[in-house]
Write a protein that binds this ligand. Structure first.
Ligand SMILES: Nc1nc2c(c(=O)[nH]1)N[C@H]1C(S)=C(S)[C@@H](COP(=O)(O)O)O[C@H]1N2
Ligand SMILES: [Mo]
Length: 491
């Protein structure tokens, strides 16, 4: 009996169950979104991590890096909610008032979740299970004698697990999922372009994406783990700052404007020389220029800061912005959540970071300012470097070796790709895919030869202005990788 009066192992166990079910409950009502308790905690974890480490993780470790801090954030969230359950359990025991104890735990869990997520209503998702499982732990001591604690612990654990499973399952079933691209865009224009890309894609045996990357293939770079959940109805974008009058555009107004479908390629400044953060899609949207003209920009620097719902921001010249595109569709579907649902920016020929997702604001500036990545030392707002990727080497049935990849030079375009099979001694022209319409699109290349032992293959591109891709090697940081891709292959 004396045992059950101190915060026993029992109490810690029940509190842990209560905390875990609280996290699951929050997930059930909020999903993988900023309203989920773990999201703001994760923001704090990321903010507490030194900037260079975060930047390095996002660019290099990607998903696995996210998993590390997310796991830590889950543990912290469950720990905090367990703390509220411990307080509830202690009060219940001290004053022998189980109802007050579990009510208090629920109230504290609610307060904690509501203040961190700023979502008082959804915070109930965390509070209710915490209160319920605290109540299980506060069942009067008398009852406990008839119910051996081992058995009770087992039953509680099983029901907690069942609750967590149900919460996750329910969420998955009911979630309004735009992950793979939402509703279909029924416009012949898209279908025509997708078909053109298919026809023009080279017949490559190796594992190289076609001229249009699928939504699943298309790379992702995000500064946060939780993508903003913005419905078209909630979305609007304001052009502000050094302008005659602010202008706000709603989603309906935007999609009523002149609609176009464009091939646009994106490449991240942070990728390795032969990395895979280079992809192309058919985007549906409208040109930015008419919107800019309407506000009459008057800033001194001729530059603009673009801001997004996830806290991302990037600054670059208005000149580049004028050529830009506001997209709400990707490969014939509404923009997937991870690519900026409902509206993102596409800036021809510039590094990926200028292509702001979940766009909320264009602020015209008087003075230049650093964007998110520029504050972290990157120089990634200008035009892309020229690159030829060597993404596959395959032995064909006839014994020949096929090497293949994509080449990209932004708005300069790709004129030629040269391949050497003797470490750069001699060069031959690779087969190139027919150019796709558009001013910012990659091309596929392919080269086949009869191997004789081991070969050092080197590839380099020549852009549309006649410039050969520079040979000198540099790392991605801070201005994008340079050099020629080489690979030793044998038949
Ligand atoms: N709002 C927002 N926009 C963003 C980013 C981001 O983290 N948040 N990442 C940028 C970077 S660094 C790149 S390379 C591209 C990647 O776009 P994708 O994820 O659609 O491939 O988006 C850019 N736009
Ligand atoms: Mo990027």
């Amino acid at each position: 009996m004396a045992d059950s009066r101190s915060p026993s192992r029992d109490a810690v166990g029940f509190a842990t169950l209560a905390g875990s079910t609280g996290v699951a409950g929050s997930y059930a009502v909020a999903g993988y979104s900023p309203e989920f308790l773990v999201a703001p905690i994760d923001d704090l974890v990321v903010r507490a991590t030194p900037g260079p480490i975060v930047a390095w993780m996002i660019e290099n470790v990607g998903e696995q890096g996210h998993l590390l801090h997310i796991a830590l954030s889950f543990v912290i969230a469950a720990g905090l909610l367990s703390g509220t359950a411990i307080v509830g359990l202690s009060v219940a025991q001290r004053f022998d008032r189980p109802v007050i104890g579990s009510g208090l735990a629920g109230l504290l869990a609610w307060g904690l979740t509501a203040s961190l997520t700023a979502e008082p209503l959804l915070a109930a998702g965390a509070a209710v299970p915490v209160a319920a499982f605290t109540a299980v732990g506060t069942t009067p001591v008398a009852a406990r004698d008839h119910d051996p604690s081992r058995r009770r612990a087992l039953i509680s654990s099983v029901s907690a697990l069942a609750f967590i499973g149900t919460a996750i399952g329910l969420r998955r079933l009911t979630a309004d999922d735009t992950a793979g691209g939402g509703s279909e865009i029924t416009d012949d224009g898209v279908a025509t372009l997708l078909q053109e890309a298919e026809v023009k894609s080279l017949d490559i045996r190796g594992d190289v994406p076609g001229l249009v990357s699928t939504i699943e293939e298309f790379y992702n770079v995000d500064i946060t783990v939780f993508d903003p959940e913005l419905s078209p109805g909630d979305w609007s974008m304001t052009i502000t700052g050094e302008v005659g009058d602010d202008v706000t555009v709603t989603f309906d107004e935007l999609t009523d404007m002149q609609t176009e479908h464009r091939f646009v390629t994106l490449r991240c400044v942070g990728e390795d020389l032969n990395g895979k953060k280079l992809d192309t899609a058919v985007w549906t949207g409208t040109p930015i220029e008419p919107l800019l003209k309407a506000v009459d920009p008057e800033g001194e620097c001729g530059c603009a800061m673009l801001r997004a719902e996830d806290g991302y921001f990037v600054q670059f010249p208005i000149e580049a912005l004028e050529d830009g595109f506001l997209a709400w569709g990707m490969n014939g579907r509404s923009l997937p959540q991870s690519h900026g649902h409902p509206v993102r920016v596409l800036i021809p020929g510039h590094w990926g970071e200028t292509n702001v997702k979940w766009l909320t604001e264009i602020e015209l500036l008087d003075e230049e300012m650093n964007g998110y990545w520029e504050q972290r030392g990157w120089h990634g707002t200008g035009p892309v470097n020229t690159v030829a990727k060597l993404w596959s080497d395959t032995v064909l049935d006839n014994g020949a070796l096929e090497v293949a990849g994509h080449a990209y030079a932004g708005t300069r375009g790709i004129e030629r790709v040269e391949v050497s099979t003797d470490g750069g001694g001699t060069w031959q022209d690779a087969e190139l895919s027919e150019p796709l319409p558009g001013i910012d699109v990659w091309r596929q290349w392919r080269y086949e030869f009869q191997p004789d032992g081991s070969h050092e293959v080197v590839v380099r591109a020549i852009d549309g202005e006649g410039n050969r891709q520079p040979e000198e090697r540099s790392d991605a940081f801070p201005s994008g990788a340079t050099g020629w891709v080489t690979k030793t292959v044998s038949g």
